[in-house]
Design a protein around this ligand. Sequence first.
Ligand code: GRF
Length: 201
Amino acid sequence: MKNIVILISGRGSNMEAIVRTAQKEKWPARIAAVISNRADAAGLAFAASHGIATSVVESKSFSSREAFDATLQKEIDRYAPDLVVLAGFMRILTEAFVNHYAGRMMNIHPSLLPSFKGLHTHQQALKMGVKVHGATVHFVDVELDHGPVVAQAAVPVLPDDTENTLGARVLEQEHIIYPRAIRWFIEGKVRLEGGIALVQD
Ligand code: GRF
């Protein structure tokens, strides 16, 4: 049984998709814990109602990034995770934290990386006038929204799209590719070679 720890900051719809898919597909893994850096993260209630351990390490009560990350790391490691999943976890991470989970921490970003890093990705896509947009699951490295790509999904950008309609189309795909990428990982189908993630499905 592999252990997965999911980090959230808010709504948690990706976490929810992962939990539901893991149950439906009977993964040989358990979601050991859902940890939030905000006490008001809506996703915590869903996790608790599914019998998953939840905890909060409140980022706003720490005076430095290093101190927060060190405490968070301790909390995560109580669950001996094989994989740490960032699911809408809105924090810039220290190098020490990222290195500690090298090769076993994934993130989902709502754009086709390397395009549109950072925030407001749907707005950035609309402003650029791109005709396809999407989402990326990647291993986390020390650069923001960067690291070996595990899975991507593309969606069309339609002429009358707004940030909301485009965002909803992307989110639907996020809920498909994130559980899929995690499943590949726990089944041992993802290999890192020369800075690239190779997937053998
Ligand atoms: C998602 O769009 C994810 O790609 C981004 O933040 C959003 C989180 O949504 N990193 P949710 O909390 O999973 O609903």
